[in-house]
Design a protein. Structure first.
Length: 283
């Protein structure tokens, strides 16, 4: 009996027609544009926990906990054509549980005060920068999800760049074409409910002689693992009644050889909505 039920379930699942991927991506982009319009009336609290780790995932040094007030700003449609990108804007409120002081220095893993909104790559304006592939239907708790895989089309050599904010011993690493990702989409609404991106394979990269000399770095470094995931959750508002799918958390893990590995968790809470008459409506 159990075998028959399981077999019927598999057949039913596999019998679902594959959606038109271009049409689905267009619908997703439309929902993201609508989300950007609504998100400009929202603020929330973002708690960021960054922790240096070793390859055994054991903490390697002091962690750092930050708290921000966060909101989204959108550029809006450009010349009446396609919708513009959106930015995440952060206002630092606490550093390790206390009010920040003018002498406080930013950490290497602190999020940028102005960052691209994570879903912007799914907008029509960026469609040509990625290859998208139908990946099937979700199962179990994701049974109501549609799955889409993606990879960046940019190619080139890895580039290690010194921090734009001038933080000592802090760098950014560009890995064009080295990652692969997946998007989970609600089948009924086309809202994005989860995105994950991972390093496709370990990458070795060279360090310039100038960077070696000034920072005491080895001639080459390696990144063995990079994982990034964002999850969304429904948040209900009242007066007027509305439920929006909003960011719940972002998890990042970077494992390197020859440099410091780290993991970071960002949690979003205390969503509030500003109405046009300046009323604040909490979640």
């Amino acid at each position: 009996m159990l075998i028959s039920v399981a077999l019927i379930s598999v057949i039913s699942l596999s019998a679902q027609p594959e959606p038109d991927l271009d049409a689905l991506l267009a619908r997703i982009a439309e929902r993201i544009e609508q989300y950007y319009q609504r998100a400009q009336n929202l603020i929330c609290v973002e708690k960021v926990t960054a922790q240096p780790v070793g390859h055994d995932m054991i903490p390697a040094g002091l962690g750092r906990v930050l708290e921000y007030e966060l909101h989204v700003e959108s550029d809006g449609p450009a010349d009446g054509a396609e919708s513009g990108d959106a930015r995440v804007v952060r206002d630092l409120r606490k550093v390790n549980g206390r009010v920040p002081k003018p002498k406080d220095k930013a950490g290497c893993y602190d999020p940028n005060p102005l960052s691209p909104e994570p879903l912007a790559f799914l907008l029509a304006a960026h469609r040509s920068e990625y290859a998208f592939f139908w990946a099937g239907f979700g199962r179990g708790k994701d049974r109501n999800a549609l799955l889409i895989d993606f990879r960046p089309l940019e190619v080139g050599a890895p580039v290690l760049t010194e921090d734009s904010e001038g933080r000592p011993d802090c760098f950014s690493l560009s890995l064009p074409g080295a990652t692969r990702g997946r998007v989970w989409v609600d089948a009924s609404t086309a809202d994005v409910i989860r995105v994950e991106e991972h390093l496709a394979h370990p990458v070795d990269f060279s360090v310039s002689f100038d960077q070696q000399r000034r920072h005491g770095l080895p001639p080459s470094l390696s990144i063995d693992r990079y994982d990034w995931a964002i999850r969304y959750k429904p948040v209900a508002f009242s007066d007027p009644i509305e439920t929006l799918l909003l960011p719940e958390s972002i998890e990042t893990l970077a494992m390197l050889r020859g440099a410091q590995s780290h993991r970071k968790r960002q949690v979003f809470s205390n969503y509030q909505r500003f109405m046009t008459n300046a009323r604040v409506v909490k979640e």
